[in-house]
Design a protein around this ligand. Sequence first.
Ligand SMILES: [Cu+2]
Length: 198
Amino acid sequence: MGVANFKLDSGKLLLLHAHVPNCRPIWIVSGNNFLRTYLGYKTKNLEKSKMRKLLLSAALLVGSTVAAFADTIEVQMLNANDAGDKMVFSQELIRAEVGDVIRFIPTDRSHNAESVKDALPEGQEAFKGKMSSEVEYLVTETGLTAVVCQPHQTMGMVALIVVGNDVSNAQDILDARVRGQGKDKIKALVEEAIASPS
Ligand SMILES: [Cu+2]
């Protein structure tokens, strides 16, 4: 569940995100105070099913609703990239915004993508892809997330997701358990994220 406020010419618009099983993420944009009322709830504490109901009824009731689609960012899992680096994600510093989906694609076999324990923003759901399988990560919180390929993290097959230029959990990422060359690369990626905000 991601919620963000955007200043536009017409005043403050509310952007909220509903994730419905088996559907693409839905974005609802509205200036209507009605939605604001719903968001007054501590959304994280509500059961998921209840939240879906609320969001869907909100979407139906707000006449001025405009649906927009968030980005899908594709990252390939590779035995080698064009530069000749072995066992790599096609992007290692992945910049995203709340609502985006990051899709890890098994271009080459025998890789996976998964988040690292205690190395993701508070409230963000962890993910763990199966070997040689596609996995999607729905971004719901700003901050940093460390991603590894389980069998190749020691060879440096890791990535860092940066959402909303928020690097506030950098220390958690540096403290997280990543093995071998992956640990050094994660550190370098965190430093890069801090040094060069997009
Ligand atoms: Cu791998």
